[in-house]
Design a protein around this ligand. Sequence first.
Ligand code: GYE
Length: 339
Amino acid sequence: MKNKWVWGLIAVMLVTVLAACGKSESKSEPASASPSASASTANSGSGNKKLVIGFAQIGAESGWRDAETKSIKDTFGNDPAFELKFSDAQQKQENQIKAIRSFITQKVDAIGLAPVVETGWESVLKEAKDAGIPVFLLDRGISKGNEDLYVSFIGSDFIKEGQNAAQWMIDNLGDAPTNIVQLEGTVGASAANDRKKGFEDAIKDKANFKIVYSQTGDFTRAKGKEVMEAYLKKDKNIQVVYAHNDDMAMGAIQAIEEAGLKPGTDIKIISIDGIKDAFQAIKDGKSNVTVECNPLLGPQLKQAILDYKAGKTLDKWIKSNEDVFFGQKAIDALPNRSY
Ligand code: GYE
């Protein structure tokens, strides 16, 4: 009787030990099965062969943003080597910070972040760094001096976009006295700060160009319309609207029409992004120029992550290719625009 009990106990212990060995084997196997996964410190031991990417998106405030989100979802969703965890922060930095903290807890292999504003990222990005998780900034940047907190910034030169917007005006309006309303993007966003700087610096020596009003429209159509409506009630003597994105320009066009003026003619419209609606507005004679800003950044982000995992040295700033569209060139390009 006693013997039986002892043998029973030994059998139970053996089973437990074997089960434990089996588990640790299956734990380490996937990490070395895929070369890219084995390079990751965050994923080792998770039992997951895919590279897990956490993306902290800003929101869905514009057509541009929707195109960027689609590009990221398509790129990682259609690749079996990746798993995407996507978070929409509804334009709130605190939600983006929460999302990053949750990605860190989940030990993702890399984090993508489109920072809504430039400042306030030090603590959370330091936490990611301490956890050994590489961070890639997409489309908007963070304030200078924090370059050690991310691998690369992938996106546009917003200062140049602002300069290009001003250049169209200089080339086409010459010396004519020109009152300008500037519709700014989200307060504190790099895309807003730099598009303002590029534009204002380009006209600072030209006395005929005067910015008579400059106000945020938060990169949305509704706010662009609201700001323009309010301004036109006070003053209709303006010749140009410069909007930091196409959506705000589309809102302004509506407000201008409702005020009985002709957008594109009475008031020239200059904006940035290159969404289809802006091309259509140029074709309809309601807008004049759109400075392209490429939102299709998913493939570049994927390549950067793969290069990083392969041990390559990446550029601190991976720039996207862009153009400026007006007149016939815009009309010809419209059928081929993908966003
Ligand atoms: O221009 C605007 C969007 O960060 C470059 O954000 C992006 C900007 C884009 O809401 O439409």
